[in-house]
Every structure is written in structure tokens, then in C-alpha cells.
Design a protein around this ligand. Sequence first.
Ligand code: CP3
Length: 361
Amino acid sequence: DKNVEFIPKNFPELKNDRLLRAALGKEVDKVPVWVMRQAGRYLPEFQEVRAKHDFFTVCRTPELACEVTLQPLRRYPHLDASIIFSDILVIPQALGMIVEMHPGVGPVFPSPLQDPSEIDNLKEEGAVDRLLYVGKAITLTRHRIDGKVPLIGFTGAPFTLMGYMIEGGGSKTMSKTKEWLEKYPKDVHKLLSLLTRVIIDYLIMQVESGAQLLQVFESSADHLNREQFTEFSAPYLKDIRSGVKNKISEKNLEQVPMTVFAKGGGPYLDVQTGLGYETVGLDWTVDPEEARKIVGDNITLQGNLDPQDLYKTPEEITKMTIEMVQKFGKKRYIANLGHGITPQTPLESMKAFTEAVHEAL
Ligand code: CP3
């Protein structure tokens, strides 16, 4: 087993387990808080690393990935979790596609999938071996965090990854992807199945390396109607959850809780409830009390302040955050934004947000 060297040994004892307790539905002293993209361009210390190193070089160099993962923890002691620095697009790279990060533009695939026949060119075999650098970064970071907070691992979900692979980058309309859904549903399912297999093994490798919770980003769910979400997203999200659970138990590893975050998936919360995830992430369009009614009492909710609200004054942020936390309540709740923090966010906004969560209840 090539992964054996990454099976965690002698990690420092976890001192703050609020996040894991909340994910598992146990009582917490305070509502746990972390922020999607908490390691990122709003931090001057991150910019400094990025000035010297290309984005994917940071992802591929465990020392650098570990350093930027730890940066937000140093600045914001109220954070209750860290998320390993990487990107969802490392999977298409491991399948043999070229992905570049163009400053001010975002990810660019010089040769996106142009035709379903190209699915056969993807290199599924050995894909997870080509992602072992993520595992190394996770193991190093688990040691360096010193048990302060848990470390979250993550992946993109199959539909979201497929969208980037077809569009060749971010897309406002996803028109090419939608054309594939209409014209080539069989090939689409073949590609989504391939991605699902790789994702399951990739997440298992992350757990063997030390990840303590896993989040699956279905960031492009906002493009899907209910029928499409039910056919092209939900079954694969469900297979990922059950696949990870089964492989963890086959390998006699400790189970880890999992979070699904389907951006724009608010109208399909009823579907998401049946996918087997301990935590469901919400964007800011979803009302906390409505969401709770739909998902019931056996699922943890995560979210959902609009990242744009972090451009308000610290006083306003504090007030809005306290109101949000009070609406969700202390039971089965993890505070976060409703999507990633944006690059121009003032540093004091994160302070106001993270502190307000802990003060709220
Ligand atoms: O702190 C963390 O949350 C961990 C790091 C993280 C990054 N990307 C770093 C990053 C995580 C969890 C991601 C996930 C990711 N990547 C998603 C899912 C989450 C979401 O936002 O919906 C998606 C869709 C991607 C793909 C991606 N990567 C895009 C669309 C972009 C460009 C947009 C942007 O913010 O610039 C990236 C680049 C990226 N990923 C940056 C960071 C810090 C900025 C690039 C840079 O430093 O130059």
C-alpha cells in the first residue's frame, strides 16, 4: 500500500474539538466557527507567499501549503478549524489535464474537454498517487497545528469538476456543460462516475494522512434545476459519502464526519438531507429556520453570512453575525460564511465575525 507512510502516527492531541462535536451532534460550549477560503488573498501574509510562488506551486509544496494553512489561525485565535490549502482543480490535473491559475482571471484549462470521446484520455490509474503531495501537506500541517484545532480536508464534487473540465474555467452560463447534459447523458454519467471513484480514493488518502473532517464542494449547483441536481449531482454526492464510509471501515481507520456544500442548493435541501452527510452547508440565500425545518434535527447546518456583509463596519458585522447565530441556535450548527471570503475583505472584518460567533450564545 503506497499510502501507508501517511497513516497518522503520534499526532498531537486535539485540544479544541468544537467543530467535530458540532458535526456529530454533540453538545458544545460555544458555536464553532471557520471561514471558507480563510487562507487567501485578503491576508497580506498570504499575498507575500504568492508574490514569490505560483499558486499551484504553493499547493504542491507541503511546507508552503502548511504555512498558508496556518496563517489565518495565527491572526484569528477564535477560529475553530483549519482547512488544508489546496484547490479543487488538482483532481483534473491528476487526470492529466493542464490547469493554470491566471491572476485576476482564475483557473484556465488551455485544452478543455471538447468532445465525450476525450473522456477516454483521462488518466484514472495512478491519479491519487499524483495527489500524494496533498497528503504530505496534511500530515505536516497536522503536526504543526499542534492540536489547536482540527484540520479539514476537501474535494470538489463530480459535477463541479466536470463543469470546469468542459468549460475550461469559470463560466457564468455553463452553456457547454449544459449542452453535454442534454446531448450526451451517457457519457456525462461515465465521466461523473470516473470522478466519483477518484474522489473517494483521494478522500481516503486525505484521511490516512490526517484529515479530521472532509468537505465536498458542489460549487456549481446553482446552475442546476431540481431534475438536473437529482440526476447529475445528488447520486454522486451520495456515492462519495457511502464510499468513503465503507473504505474507512474496510481499512480499520477512524470514521470522519463529512460536509456537503452545494452552492445554490438551497431549493434542494430535502434531497441533500438524504445523502448521508453529517453537515450540510448553506449559502446566504437560505433562511436558517426554514433550513432547520427541512433537514430535521439529525443534521448539522453550516453557514451562511453573505461574504459581502464583511464589507460593512465591524459593528454591523457583529450585529448581523449575532443575529445569524441566534437564528441557527447552538445545536448542530457550525458558523461560516455562505461562500468563500473575497480578496478585498478588510482584516478587521474577520476579527469581528469570528469573535461575534463566540460571543453570540
Ligand atoms: O482556505 C481555504 O478555503 C482552502 C483553500 C481553497 C482554495 N480553493 C484556495 C484558492 C479551497 C477550499 C478552494 C476550493 C475551490 N477552488 C472551489 C470551491 C469553493 C468555492 O469557492 O466554491 C472552487 C470553485 C475552486 C476553483 C478556483 N480556485 C477558482 C474559481 C479560483 C479563482 C477565483 C478566485 O478566488 O480567485 C481559484 C483560485 C484560488 N483557490 C485562490 C485561492 C486562495 C486564489 C488564487 C490566487 O491566490 O491567486
